[in-house]
Design a protein around this ligand. Sequence first.
Ligand SMILES: NC(=O)c1ccc[n+]([C@@H]2O[C@H](COP(=O)([O-])OP(=O)(O)OC[C@H]3O[C@@H](n4cnc5c(N)ncnc54)[C@H](O)[C@@H]3O)[C@@H](O)[C@H]2O)c1
Length: 364
Amino acid sequence: MKAEITINASSGSYKAAVGENIFEEELANYLSQKQADKLFVLIDENVFRHHWKTIQPILSELVTNVHFLQVPEGESSKSVRFWSKTLDFLLNAGIRRNVPLVVIGGGVTGDLGGFTAATALRGIPLIHVPTTVLAMVDSSIGGKTGVNHATGKNLIGSFYQPDRVIADTRFLESLPKTEWINGLSEILKYAAIRDEAIFSEAEIFMEPDLQSMNKKKLIHLIAKCIKIKADIVEEDEFEGGIRAFLNYGHTFAHALEKACDFDTISHGEAVYLGMLAAQELSNLTGADLQTTKLSAYRSLYNFRISKEELSYNQLNEYMKADKKRTDEHIKFVLLNNWQEPEVKTVKDKTLINQAWDAASNELS
Ligand SMILES: NC(=O)c1ccc[n+]([C@@H]2O[C@H](COP(=O)([O-])OP(=O)(O)OC[C@H]3O[C@@H](n4cnc5c(N)ncnc54)[C@H](O)[C@@H]3O)[C@@H](O)[C@H]2O)c1
C-alpha cells in the first residue's frame, strides 16, 4: 500500500509518498527525471547503523558515485558548526547545482540537511527521507529548515521546499518506543486542530509492540497527517496566519523544554503536556472541551520530571521570550471547540497558571 500527497508551494509542487518498502522505487523514479550520476547523502548516525546495509546497495544501483556524511544524533547537530561541516562535505566533493542531496533521518537531520540544501550554491535539489514518526508527519513537510543558535532553537534558517519526500515505514522498525510516542503527540495535535477521527485512529499506538502495529492503518494515518499539514502550509506558506495552528500546545511545550534544558523532557512529551495546558486554558476562556480525548493516551507517556522542578514564573518568562511573540502579551493557539483553533492573547496570569496546573498534575 502506498499513499501520495501533493504539496503546492510558491516555488512549485512536490510529492510526499508514504508506504512500506517504497524507498528504492520512489528514488529511482525521481532520479529518472534528473541527469545526476552522483548523489550526496546526509544520514542520521543511528539510521546509518541500522539501515545502511539496505540503503547503500540501493543507491549504488542508481548512481555511480555516492558521497555520504553521518549526522551525530541529537539536537546539538542542528548547529552552525555542523551546518558548516555539511557545506564543506558538499563543496569539497565538487557539488553541482543539479546534484541532489538526500537527507535520511529524523527532524534534526532533516532541518540541518534542508538548510544545507537551501544554502549550498544558493539551492540544490533536496529529497527528504524521514525516518521518525515526527519527521514523517511534520518536519519533512512544509519547507521549514534551519539550525539552532546559542540564544534559542531554530533561530537561523529559511523556507526551502524539497523536490520529494519519501516516507518509508520500513525505517521505523528500528525506532525506539520513546520516539514513536514523540511522533504521536504531533498526530494528536492534528486530531485536536483538524480531524476528530484521528483521536481514534491513533489507537494503533496502544499496541504493546509498536513494530507489530497494522501497517496499513499506520500508512493511512501518516498520509492523513501529511495532508493536513500540506493543506495548512499551502494556505499559509510563510506563517503569517493559520500555520500558527500547528503550534497548538507548543507555546507551553517550548517553555517546558527550555526549563528542562532540552534534556529531561522530550519534544513530544512537552507537546503532550502543552496540549493539556492549552486545553485547560481553552476551557478557562470559554470552551467546553471534554478532557478524555488526550488523556486516553496518558499511559503511553513516562515523564521524568517532577512537579516541584517547575516554576510557573520562570515558565511564563520563557513563553514571553518565544520568538513568535509579537507584543508583550503571550499569544496561544486555543480551541473554541475541538477542531476550531484560534490564536488568542491571554493577559490573566492566574488563568495561565491554572493551565500549567493541568499539565503539572500529570507529573509525580
Ligand atoms: N521543520 C519543521 O517544520 C519541524 C517541525 C517539527 C519539529 N522540527 C524539528 O525536528 C527535530 C526533532 O525531530 P525528531 O523528533 O525526528 O528527532 P531526531 O531527529 O533527533 O530523532 C530522534 C532520535 O531517533 C533516532 N532515529 C531517527 N530515525 C531512526 C530510526 N529509523 N531508527 C532508529 N533511530 C532513529 C535519532 O538518531 C535520534 O536519536 C527538532 O529539532 C525540531 O525542532 C522541525
